[in-house]
Design a binder for this molecule. Structure first.
Ligand code: T4K
Length: 366
């Protein structure tokens, strides 16, 4: 049997490149709580991404929870998508807010602003869209709604590291954006994440919130979490930034290769990523429907039998999980896509041979 191919694989620098960073940490004896590598990574990320303020976190979920807390929302409803990873909805409930799930646009897989508008009530306090697979939401329409109804707009940008849209980083849209630097993401710090904000005051508030709400030795302003990123994690980020452009180029090639090899296969739609000025090619989702002879689940199993581990991101929908039973809503587009989507392996070191092997299994329709 051939070696397994997973949906993703982290890109690690050579171990020998990591050692000098460890030596530096050992020498300085600062392991966490905003040490020198942490500060350096915040600065380098601001420069690379073209954002003014970034606050690093120990993962994208704590960043999301803290972003909602930072806005001091009054108790109420947060409109979001059911077509996402658990963390998006969990962050809402964790803040004692109520998630209201609205439907997506079936083509982009992102929340549909028209459905958002229909769901706004007197209880709505915020909108939490996700740039799913790194594909930008309709940011103009969502901002117009947020402004018109005086709502906060927080983007879950977990998938969209490095994406530029309309001449700027996608992270600059909304009141706050959160990112994930998990091992499975385009840019990784083993575990990690961040919040991007637009003022020094907000950055200071977020930095306090991720450190138990501590203001100074005797003052604590909030009851909050420990969301700090350690020096070892920051070191990997600094190394990953050195090669991020090559990483993105290699991902682009994988994306183009898949599209070429799957073009014209009836019943297979590669989700479009057009109109993105700078893309990160975070995922390669395909949508399987008739007349393709296999269902999504059958194709998933077939690939698995050949040691290829695609993933059903995002199935089941949040609204289909028993833990979200009380937040049911009718989202037919999301339901359909969730039953038809399959994310194929996507990472920069995936070879042409491997891509051909995967697409061959898809085009051999038995
Ligand atoms: N918002 C959104 C929209 C998100 O998608 C996520 C996370 C978050 C927020 C929260 O961010 P974090 O708190 O995670 O920073 C994965 C990731 O754990 C999760 O980060 C990600 N989204 C989600 C979409 O996918 P799983 O359970 O599918 O991961 P897992 O462990 O099955 O990994 C997938 C494959 O990757 C494995 O089959 C093999 C490969 N892999 C994985 C790891 C962890 C490696 O080769 N090396 C590794 O170290 O959730």
């Amino acid at each position: 049997m051939s070696i397994p191919i997973y949906v993703t694989q982290p890109v690690l620098p050579e171990l020998k490149e990591f050692i000098p960073y460890l030596e530096q940490i050992w020498e300085k004896n600062i392991l966490t709580n905003g040490g020198p590598l942490h500060q350096q990574l915040e600065q380098e990320l601001c420069d690379y991404l073209g954002v003014d303020y970034i606050s690093l976190f120990n993962n994208g979920t704590i960043a999301l929870i803290t972003a909602l807390q930072a806005l001091s929302l009054k108790k109420g409803e947060v409109i979001t998508t059911p077509y996402t990873f658990l963390a998006t909805a969990h962050a809402i409930v964790w803040n004692n807010l109520t998630p209201v799930f609205v439907d997506i646009d079936p083509i982009t897989s992102n929340i549909d602003p028209k459905k958002v508008e229909q769901a706004i009530t007197d209880a709505t306090v915020a909108i939490l869209p996700v740039h799913c697979y790194g594909i930008p939401c309709d940011v103009e329409a969502l901002q117009a709604l947020a402004t018109k109804h005086k709502l906060k707009l927080v983007y879950d940008t977990a998938h969209a590291f490095g994406v530029d849209y309309h001449s700027q980083s996608l992270l600059n849209y909304g009141d706050l954006s959160t990112i994930s630097f998990h091992a499975t993401k385009v840019f990784s710090t083993f575990e990690g994440g961040a919040i991007v904000c637009h003022s020094a005051d907000m950055k200071q508030r977020i930095d306090q919130l991720k450190n138990f709400g501590i203001v100074d030795e005797t003052t604590v302003n909030d009851i909050s979490l420990n969301g700090k990123l350690s020096e070892v994690h920051a070191a990997l980020g600094l190394l990953q930034l050195k090669t991020i452009d090559q990483t993105l180029q290699a991902r682009a090639q994988v994306d183009h290769c898949y599209r070429e090899l799957l073009a014209g296969v009836e019943g297979i739609r590669c989700i479009e990523r057009s109109g993105i000025e700078k893309d990160n090619y975070a995922y390669f989702p395909i949508v399987i429907s008739e007349p393709y002879p296999l269902s999504r689940d059958e194709l998933f199993e077939k690939l698995k039998q050949h040691n290829i581990f695609a993933r059903k991101y995002f199935y089941p929908l949040m609204t289909e999980l028993s833990v979200y039973e009380q937040y049911q809503s009718d989202t037919p587009n999301a339901k359909l896509l969730s039953g038809q989507v399959l994310c194929l392996p996507m990472y920069p070191t995936l070879s042409i041979d491997q891509i051909q092997r995967i697409t061959q299994l898809i085009t051999d329709k038995d």
